[in-house]
Design a protein around this ligand. Structure first.
Ligand code: WQD
Length: 337
């Protein structure tokens, strides 16, 4: 259990933030949500209250508003921050890089200033396997070289480098960097899940919307990759496991006072077809799909070596692809959007 510390979740009403909010409450922490709702809906707050049975402390605001952040940190005696507030669409970042530099980089710098000014220097940061670019080794370890293929990946690398520089400048900074692989799934209550604004970019939400009839057909981007069935292979991780990884990361930072950078994946890769077939079983329907051209920027295979997270955080993923599909289908069938 925790000592009931107050934890600020920037972007806390988003997909990963909202699931982590629930996990933190269940672990005895007191999470507080800051969100500008640019990529999430306010009705998530009410559903978090239904899941936790407790009022949800939250404030509408942006991490570029340094004085607001400072006020929240001091007034609520925030012991640590989890930074989820960031845009994460690869294709959008290519089309509109400035939006990503402003939100992901200026937003992070605003948070750093507020934390430094309030002497709150414990941070868990949402990074991404995107920092590895097109990996030269599979499975990917934390020592694999970083390389960006798009502005989104660039912002994640820059944020990691800024965190490293802060820790060098002041050893009181304790930063846990979590490199997410492919988060999918939803809370088993079906009350929260992935709710992208506009047509989904990612496989699982797109597949779920085809299954429920919101979209006509799944386009599979390429079946000529050097993989068992020719389709892309990824390390899909249940968002519930990802949320637990954040709790484990926070406890480790408080316990050891030392920062870390870890892959948060299952250590296993599944192809697009593996996911489609599993989802058909979960929803009891056949999914219409067609093979189309590869999507630019996509890589063939990406999955984690998850050993370091196990050794450092005493955490590993427990939920299966079946669980991911069943929970995604329940969430999509509820359609709170
Ligand atoms: C998975 C596979 C596609 C959609 C991205 C970001 C990454 C992270 C997760 C934030 C690939 C195929 C997909 C579709 C398809 N985001 N696909 N049809 O590209 O691995 O990772 O999201 O941290 O940073 O890069 O995820 O779900 O888009 O694609 O065939 O309609 O599904 O080609 O093989 P990706 P994805």
């Amino acid at each position: 259990m925790s000592d009931g510390q107050s934890i600020l979740l920037t972007g806390g009403s988003g997909y990963v933030g909202s699931h982590t909010y629930v996990a933190l409450v269940q672990a005895g922490f007191k999470p507080y949500i800051l969100d500008n709702f640019s990529n999430s809906k306010k009705n998530v707050v009410e559903r978090l209250e239904r899941i936790t049975g407790l009022p949800v402390p939250w404030h509408e605001g942006d991490t570029r508003d340094v004085s607001l952040l400072q006020e929240i940190i001091v007034k609520n005696d925030i012991a640590a921050v989890m930074h989820f507030a960031g845009f994460k669409s690869v294709s959008e970042s290519v089309a509109n890089p400035l939006k990503y530099f402003d939100n992901n980089l200026a937003g992070m710098i605003g948070l750093f200033k507020a934390m430094e000014n309030s002497a709150c220097r414990t941070l868990v940061f949402s990074s991404s396997a995107t920092v590895y670019g097109d990996p030269i080794e599979i499975p990917i370890t934390e020592k694999s070289p970083k390389n960006f293929l798009n502005p989104y990946g660039y912002t994640k690398i820059v944020c990691e480098e800024m965190l490293a520089s802060l820790s060098v400048s002041n050893t009181q900074w304790r930063n846990g960097v979590l490199r997410y692989f492919n988060p999918v799934g939803a809370h088993p209550s079906g009350l929260i899940g992935e709710d992208p604004s506009g047509p989904p970019n990612n496989l699982m939400p797109y597949l779920a919307q085809v299954a429920v009839g919101k979209l006509p057909i799944l386009n599979i981007y390429g079946n000529d990759y050097p993989t068992p069935d020719g389709t892309g292979v990824r390390d899909y991780i249940h968002v519930q496991d990802l949320a637990e990884a954040h709790v484990a990361a926070l406890k480790t930072l408080f316990k050891t006072g030392s920062g870390f950078t870890v892959n948060i994946g299952t250590g296993r890769g599944y192809s697009v077809m593996d996911v489609v077939y599993e989802f058909e079983i979960a929803c009891g329907k056949s999914i219409p799909y067609q093979f189309v051209e590869r999507r630019s920027g996509d890589i063939a295979v990406c999955y984690a070596d998850a050993t370091l997270a196990k050794n450092l955080l005493n955490w590993n993923a427990k939920l299966s692809l079946t669980d991911m599909c069943i929970d995604s289908w329940r969430w999509q069938s509820n359609d709170f959007s």
